[in-house]
Design a protein around this ligand. Structure first.
Ligand code: COA
Length: 386
C-alpha cells in the first residue's frame, strides 16, 4: 500500500461517474455518451449541463440554464479595472487564474459548503457554476482587448455561448458555421476524467475552499506545457518547422535530442486521442468552408503526424487533443497564447462537475510520502559552521 508510484500513474484517487476513457480502444464518453455523439448532436451549453447534473437536460432545464448563462455574461467593472493594471505581456492563463480568484472576492457563500451527502446548498453550487462558466468566456476576451490597449467588447444575450465568445473576441457578427466549429471544440475540451488540473481541483475542493479558488487551482495546473499549454507549443513547433518537407528531419532531430514532440503522447491513450480525430476532421471542414484558403499549418501538422507516428507509434505515442486544436484556433485568427485559455473556459465545465461530485463524498486529500531525508542531525550553531 505504501509503494510510491511517480506521477500516481494508475493509482485511483477518486470514484467518479462523470467521464470514461478506454485508452486502448480510443474511447472517451461523458456521462455514458460517446464524445463523437456529443460533438455531432450536442451543444456546449447542453454538454456542460450534462456534466454538471448527470443527465441530458429536459428542454425546460436547458432553456433555463441557457438563459442563466446569457444573464451572467457581464463581468463587473472592478475586474475590468484590475485587468487594466496587469502587465500586457503577461500570459493569459496568469490573468485568468488571478481574475478567477478576484472574482471570488465578490461572490461570497462558500461557507455553505460543508461536505458530505446532505449539507450542500444545491442552488449555490448551481448558480456558482453558471457564473464561473459564463464569466470565464468574457474574461478571456476582455483580456485580449485590454492587453492590446482597447476597451473590451460587451457581451450579447442574443447569441449562444460559442457565438458570443467569437463576438466578444472579434467584434464581428459571428459566422454561424465557424461558431458551430468553436462550439464543438468547447464540447471536446469540456471534460477528461482525473487529469492533472482536475486532480488539482479535487485537492483544492476537498479543503472546502471557495469554488473560485478551486477553479483558479485548475487554471494554474492546466497552464503548463505538459498539460493545457501544449496546444500553444504545437503551433510554435509547426511554425518553426515551416514546411511539410522539413517535418521528418525536425522530428528526428527532436527525438535525437531526447525532446518531446508537442501534442503527442498521453498517459491514458495508446492510440490516437479520439478528440484529435474529431479536431482533424473539423480542421478539414474549416479548410473546405474557406475554399482551401488557409495557411500552411495544417499540411505541416499532417506531415508531422506521419513522421512522428512512424517513429513513436510503436510506443503508443499518437496525436493528443492539443495537436490539431492549436492549428484550428490559429486558422480562426486566435492568438496562440490564448489557446490554453480556450481550453480552460471549456474544461471549467468538467472541473465544476468534479467539484460538485466531490462535495457529496468529500474527504480532504492528504496522501503520504516516502521520506528520503536525513534523521537525528546535530544542530551546529551558526558561528561553528564556517
Ligand atoms: N514526444 C516524444 N516522446 C514522448 C512523448 C512525446 N510527445 N511523449 C512521451 N514520450 C516518450 C518519453 O520520452 C518516454 O520515453 P522513454 O520511455 O524512452 O523514456 C515515454 O514516451 C513515456 O513518456 P512519459 O513522459 O513518461 O509519459 P507520461 O505518461 O508521463 O506523459 C505526457 C504524458 C502527455 C506528459 C507526455 O506524453 C508529453 O509530455 N507529451 C507532450 C506534451 C503534450 O502534448 N501534452 C498534452 C497532453 S494532452
Amino acid at each position: 500500500m505504501n509503494e510510491y508510484v511517480p506521477g500516481l500513474e494508475g493509482v485511483p484517487a477518486t470514484k467518479s461517474n462523470i467521464s470514461f476513457i478506454d485508452g486502448e480502444k480510443g474511447i472517451l464518453s461523458y456521462r455514458g455518451y460517446p464524445i463523437e455523439m456529443l460533438a455531432e448532436r450536442s451543444t456546449f451549453e447542453e454538454t456542460a449541463l450534462l456534466l454538471l447534473d448527470g443527465d441530458l437536460p429536459t428542454r425546460a432545464k436547458l432553456k433555463a440554464f441557457d438563459q442563466d448563462m446569457r444573464a451572467n455574461r457581464q463581468v463587473k467593472f472592478r475586474i475590468r479595472e484590475l485587468m487594466r493594471q496587469l502587465p500586457p505581456a503577461g500570459h493569459p492563463m496568469d490573468m485568468l487564474q488571478s481574475m478567477m480568484a478576484c472574482l471570488g472576492m465578490d461572490h461570497s457563500g462558500a461557507e455553505c459548503l460543508t461536505g458530505g451527502d446532505h449539507c450542500n446548498d444545491v442552488n449555490f453550487v448551481h448558480n456558482t457554476s453558471v457564473t464561473i462558466i459564463a464569466h470565464m468566456a468574457t474574461m478571456v476576451t476582455m483580456w485580449e482587448h485590454i492587453r492590446n490597449g482597447y476597451d473590451p467588447i460587451e457581451p450579447r444575450t442574443d447569441l449562444t455561448h460559442a457565438e458570443n465568445f467569437l463576438w466578444m473576441l472579434t467584434g464581428k457578427e459571428p459566422d454561424r458555421y465557424i461558431a458551430r466549429i468553436m462550439d464543438i471544440c468547447l464540447i471536446l475540451h469540456a471534460e477528461h476524467t482525473i487529469n492533472a488540473s482536475t486532480f488539482a481541483v479535487l485537492v483544492a475542493g476537498s479543503t472546502l475552499a471557495s469554488p473560485y479558488s478551486v477553479i483558479a487551482s485548475g487554471i494554474a495546473t492546466l497552464s503548463g506545457p505538459l498539460h493545457g499549454g501544449a496546444n500553444q507549443a504545437v503551433v510554435h513547433m509547426l511554425e518553426e518547422i515551416g514546411t511539410p518537407e522539413k517535418a521528418a528531419a525536425y522530428i528526428d532531430a527532436q527525438l535525437k535530442a531526447k525532446k518531446k514532440i508537442w501534442g503527442f503522447g498521453h498517459r491514458e491513450y495508446n492510440v490516437k486521442d479520439p478528440r484529435a480525430v474529431i479536431l482533424e476532421h473539423l480542421m478539414r471542414k474549416f479548410a473546405d468552408y474557406k475554399e482551401g484558403k488557409v495557411g500552411p499549418l495544417f499540411e505541416i501538422a499532417q506531415a508531422v503526424e506521419k513522421a512522428a507516428t512512424d517513429r513513436l507509434g510503436a510506443k503508443g505515442i499518437y496525436p493528443n487533443v492539443d495537436f490539431y486544436s492549436g492549428v484550428l484556433y490559429r486558422e480562426m485568427g486566435i492568438a496562440p497564447d490564448q489557446f490554453p485559455s480556450l481550453f480552460a473556459m471549456s474544461r471549467v465545465a468538467g472541473w465544476l462537475a468534479h467539484w460538485k461530485e466531490q462535495l457529496g463524498q468529500n474527504r480532504i486529500f492528504r496522501p503520504t510520502q516516502v521520506y528520503t531525508g536525513e534523521v537525528d542531525r546535530e544542530y551546529v550553531p551558526l558561528e561553528r559552521r564556517g
